[in-house]
Design a protein around this ligand. Structure first.
Ligand code: B12
Length: 282
């Protein structure tokens, strides 16, 4: 087993810990440390069926304090973000995000615990006609700008674990969700090709065919009335690769629905997709 710097780990036994030892030093449960590995926060490699962690990588995580935010609550911030998004106040929205960052929250938590829930709430308010569609557009544009500023922070050192293409099918303009998913996948250590919303099927097919060492394709679906396009997009991707094609998003009801549309597997979230990738031997 060798790490990315080409050091033979067998010569560095003292520098290698089990994941349980790493969890003990972090003061967290084994499953929490395992989740850090899955999310790309803690670098670990599997050797002989056992996770191994380099002392230097554990020290990096401890130094950066990245293990702490999980215990913190974003409650205070998510309500504030919702209020300023609804008010259309971009400056205040960035201040809320900056405050959350300053208090130790990671960009991934800002996406999953602040921006996503705020947008879901805004979608529900629109559906109940409590806000105008213009309010929803204004809020989602501000959210897009926040994501643009946070995106460069989803970067992980070292060689990418693989490459994922992320896209939405023709007719589905929910590109913000594609951006957010793409950032999160990049934060977990993969290279991403972000095609955004409403990708024409021929362009998707060509991109899939031209992408070297493709690990998987991730299709997001936010429009429930768009099944024919989703099916066509998946068929186009499938004609150009044997790599798994994941389908997720609020327009998909679960594994049977996803498979019925031609996907390899359903993914409710990034963790599911990463688990499934490992299960498929990638
Ligand atoms: C912003 C928004 C818009 C914006 C999109 C702007 C943009 N550039 O993206 C605009 C205003 C253009 C828009 C338009 C429409 N929208 Co709209 N929109 C939303 C809203 C509020 C937020 C979407 C978003 O970005 N969420 C943020 C993401 C990141 O949230 P998330 O779910 O947590 O995403 C994560 C997971 O789902 C997961 N995931 C998702 N897919 C996949 C795939 C894989 C493989 C994996 C691993 C994971 C994964 O990873 C994501 C990132 O962590 C939603 C509300 C909602 N519930 O989401 C409605 C919503 C999706 N829209 C809806 C509708 C009806 C429409 C319109 C038809 C009407 C309208 N509102 O004007 C049009 C359709 C336009 C079109 N042709 O596509 C409905 C869909 C109905 C339904 N039951 O599904 C929703 C749910 C609102 C509602 N409650 O009614 N919309």
């Amino acid at each position: 087993m060798s790490n990315e710097r080409g050091v033979i780990l067998t010569d560095m036994k003292a520098e290698i810990l089990s994941l349980q030892d790493a969890a003990d030093e972090l003061g967290v449960h084994y499953m929490t440390a395992y989740r850090y590995v899955r999310l790309g926060k803690l670098v670990a490699e599997k050797s002989g069926g056992v996770w191994k962690v380099l002392r230097s990588d554990l020290d990096d995580l401890i130094q950066s304090g990245k293990q702490q935010p999980a215990a913190k609550s974003t409650k205070k911030w998510d309500q504030q973000l919702l209020a300023v998004l609804l008010a259309g106040d971009e400056g205040a929205a960035w201040q809320v995000v900056e405050s959350a960052l300053a208090s130790g929250h990671e960009p991934s938590a800002i996406y999953s615990e602040m921006i996503s829930p705020a947008l879901r709430e805004i979608g529900e308010l629109w559906e109940r006609s409590e806000i105008d569609v213009a309010d929803e557009h204004r809020a989602s544009l501000i959210a897009t700008r926040l994501v643009g500023r946070l995106s460069p922070r989803f970067h992980r050192r070292g060689r990418p674990k693989g490459t994922l293409i992320v896209a939405a099918a023709p007719g589905d303009f929910h590109s913000l969700a594609v951006m957010m998913l793409s950032d999160q996948i990049r934060g977990a250590g993969y290279h991403t090709v972000d095609l955004g919303g409403a990708v024409p099927v021929d362009s998707l097919r060509r991109t899939v065919a031209e992408t070297d060492s493709l690990t998987a394709v991730a299709i997001t679906a936010f429009r429930p009335d768009n099944e024919a396009s989703i099916r066509a997009a998946i068929a186009a991707a499938r004609s150009a690769t044997d790599a798994p094609i994941f389908l997720g998003g609020p327009a998909i009801d679960g594994p049977n629905h996803a498979k019925g549309l031609g996907a390899t597997a359903y993914a409710a979230n990034l963790d599911d997709a990463l688990e499934a990738l490992l299960g498929l031997g990638s």
